[in-house]
Design a protein around this ligand. Structure first.
Ligand code: PHE
Length: 341
């Protein structure tokens, strides 16, 4: 007991003389005296040896001591100057490097495509990713049970059978036409969803850019000229183009456009599957039913539409071999595009 007295006395004067305003020293103080192996804890353990009749007094003594140490600790903490007071600005120090983000390759490709059409006067329109049946299908000349609905495997929203995740951004074309402001010269970029097995070459969501041009006396020749301009700007003046007849319920006539393979220049490689041609978009003259569905007089107005994917041209341009990389958010992949355009 005598011994405990002495120890506590010695510690009191030791602690009483400690003054510091440095946070790391204050933390060392806490560990040394109040930590799980600190002085207070050790004295508590020593209580076991104190004879029973003196336990009460010793307990009192120790509790007082513990409060004393805790109070001193609080005092030290309070003495730390606030950051503002302690900071002096040394303007000669080098700046803090700022981590620089980079644009996603899909965004880079999207911006590239948009900027080409913007030069022809196309504006950009966006719409919702969850669509009603009318905007995704019905108005596009795909009534319920139309067999062409199977062309795109659709995700339906369970709570409301009238809602789908849009399978193409043609739904935005309908929204623009419904506004009734003519002429229309618009691009519709956005994310679309299809119930497909995820693999290196296909995904259940991807990005599209569709285009719509409606005015009086728009012809298929206008469509071809617009797309020729796009291809030249995008893939270079030497690239050859071909149109193949195709079918989309919302355009008549419809076509798909191929460009000569810009990897092997038409000699045959894995990208063009040895055919020398790469398919890049679908297009056609807007079906009169679609115009009427949106309150536009098909006798007076006509127009063309086209739609293309964004991921595929991005894969070809940046040499990406697996589509899934675009949606995995792996910064090691994404950082590689910091300097890309
Ligand atoms: N909506 C079509 C698709 O997603 C693309 C397209 C748009 C075709 C406009 C023709 C005209 O496949």
């Amino acid at each position: 007991m005598e011994n405990l007295w002495q120890q506590i006395d010695a510690l009191r004067s030791e602690i009483g003389s400690i003054t510091t305003t440095r946070p790391e020293e204050i933390e060392a103080f806490r560990i040394k005296y109040l930590g799980s192996k600190g002085a207070v804890k050790q004295l508590m353990n020593a209580m076991k040896e104190v004879p029973v009749d003196q336990k009460k007094e010793a307990g009192q003594l120790l509790n007082d001591f513990k409060s004393f140490v805790a109070a001193h600790y609080e005092q030290l903490l309070a003495s730390v100057p606030s950051e503002q007071e302690s900071t002096t600005i040394d303007v000669s120090l080098p700046g803090q490097p700022f981590p620089l983000g980079s644009r996603h390759p899909v965004t880079l490709m999207k911006n590239r495509i948009i900027s080409i059409f913007q030069r022809l006067g196309f504006a950009v329109a966006e719409g919702p990713e969850i669509e009603d049946d009318w905007h995704n299908f019905g108005a596009l000349n795909l009534p319920p049970h139309h067999p062409a609905r199977d062309m795109q495997d659709t995700f339906y929203i369970q709570q409301n059978p009238d809602w789908v995740l849009r399978t193409h951004t043609s739904s935005v074309q309908i929204r623009e036409m419904e506004k009734g402001k003519l002429p229309i010269r618009m691009l519709m970029p956005g994310r679309v969803f299809r119930n497909e097995t995820v693999s290196a070459r296909s995904h259940c969501f991807f990005h599209q850019i569709e285009g719509l041009y409606i005015d009086e006396q728009v012809s298929f020749a206008d469509l071809k000229q617009t797309l020729y301009f796009f291809v030249k700007e995008m893939y270079g003046a030497d690239v050859k183009v071909r149109f193949r007849p195709s079918y989309f319920p919302f355009t008549e006539p419809s076509a798909e456009m191929d460009v000569s393979c810009f990897i092997c220049s038409g000699d045959g490689c894995p990208v063009c599957k040895k055919s020398g041609w790469v398919e890049i978009l679908g297009c056609g003259m807007v079906h009169p039913n679609v115009l009427s569905n949106c309150g536009i007089d098909p006798e007076k107005y006509s127009g063309f539409a086209f739609g293309m994917g964004v991921e595929r041209p991005a894969m070809l341009k940046y040499g990406v071999s697996d589509l899934r990389l675009f949606s995995e958010n792996d910064v090691r992949f994404l950082q590689q595009f910091a300097a890309a355009t």
